[in-house]
Ligand binder design. Structure first.
Ligand code: UT7
Length: 342
């Protein structure tokens, strides 16, 4: 491993707890068959999704709070110990204040400060890099990184191209200085390419198109995606960056215990896993249950696998994402802690 991946004071950041929340309401493919011209067969074959969760009441912060509480319970610490809260989301409760400060208030993290990070489906990966560097400087000891999105709030349920894809969820991790230098966040690669702004966006509501009756009539407050264009770039982008992080750390697919890809489409996940030479058993996939929950997909996988005791201390893990922007990236880490329910 390259020594230059360790920053000041040789402190390495590690994920020491993880938790998640998904709403109870399930929107199945057969429910969607009654709402738009689609079929269970098309959705499963083209995306790998069978159902997704919908938050009927409340906002992104309500899901984030439950995920954070789960993280704290699993670590056996109280909210007053948190130093910083970063919430990755494209569906903040409001433009301002930051959802992170709403979460801070609701969980009672009295000494924490926080902010939102907007990088769409790569939001969690970007935020994990930012949070881990706060630990690596030696300045902070407990940083919470949340990926949370209420995608149902910006989804047009009359548009079959989009409404089958997305769901609501929140998941979070706790970052702390690692007790063992071999465990924790080892390397990351992040990318952005602004050409993606023309194929995946929500045009209305911001400073470009402030909300008016016209923007609402034109449905500009919903997600727009040119699926085919995004698909082609996402397949290459996620596979390339996953391969790149392995190569520059002198690893192959054989060295990896788990690949944790953003869950946008099972065909994109399979393409990246095949390029890395990985068997499906090493790939965390839960898209069939939740669809694309944007910033929540990756920590939601980590949380489910950890709480099922399948993700274990010492496991070598690659996280990879691709999303609007375009934004994409990968993180190499060694899992630092076994699950012990508190
Ligand atoms: O998470 C952030 C990044 N986003 C992604 O990575 C998503 C990337 N894109 C995709 O995953 C895929 O492009 C989609 C799942 C969004 C769409 O799959 P596709 O295989 O690219 O389908 P398509 O958009 O090319 O549509 C093929 C056909 C079209 O009909 P015609 O024009 O061939 O007659 C669509 O109208 O499928 C039709 N179609 C549907 N049919 C039944 C589109 N949506 C549906 C639907 N049910 N829900």
């Amino acid at each position: 491993m390259n020594d230059n991946k360790i920053y000041n004071n040789n402190i390495r950041a590690a994920i020491t707890s993880v938790g998640h929340y998904v709403p109870n309401k399930i929107l199945s493919n057969s429910d969607l068959e009654k709402m738009v011209d689609t079929s269970d067969e098309w959705i499963r074959e083209r995306t790998g999704i069978s159902e997704r969760r919908i938050l009927e009441n409340g906002a992104t912060s309500d899901m984030a709070v439950k995920a954070v509480e789960n993280v704290l319970k699993n670590r056996g610490i109280g909210p007053e110990e948190i130093d910083v809260i970063i919430v990755a989301t494209v569906t903040p409760d409001m433009f301002f204040p930051p959802t992170a400060t709403i979460v801070q208030g609701k969980v009672g993290a009295k000494k924490a400060w926080g902010f939102d990070l907007s990088a769409a489906c790569s939001g969690f990966v970007y935020a994990l890099v930012v949070g881990s560097q706060m630990i690596e400087t030696g300045r902070y000891k407990k940083v919470i990184v949340v990926g949370a999105d209420k995608m149902s709030a910006i989804t047009d349920y009359t548009d079959r191209n989009l409404c089958v894809l997305f769901g609501d969820a929140a998941a979070a991790v706790l970052l702390e200085p690692s007790e063992d230098d071999k465990l924790g966040i080892l390397d990351h690669i992040l990318y952005a390419n602004g050409s993606g702004a023309s194929v995946l966006y929500m045009k209305g509501g911001g400073s470009l198109n402030p909300p008016t009756h016209e923007t609402v009539d034109k449905k500009m407050h919903y997600i727009y995606q040119d699926g085919k264009s995004v698909f082609k770039v996402a397949v290459v982008g996620m596979a390339d960056v996953s391969e790149e992080i392995l190569k520059r750390n002198n690893l192959t697919g054989d060295d990896i215990d788990y690949f944790v890809p953003h869950q946008a489409n099972l065909r994109i996940i399979d393409a990246a896993a095949n390029r890395m030479g990985l068997d499906r058993s090493k790939v965390m996939i839960n898209i069939e249950k939740y669809g694309n929950t944007t910033a929540a997909t990756i920590p939601l996988c980590l949380s489910e696998w950890w709480q099922a005791n399948k993700l274990k201390k010492g496991d070598t893990v690659v996280l990879a994402s691709f999303g609007a922007g375009y934004t994409w990236g990968a993180i190499l880490l060694t899992w630092a802690v076994d699950f012990k329910s508190k």
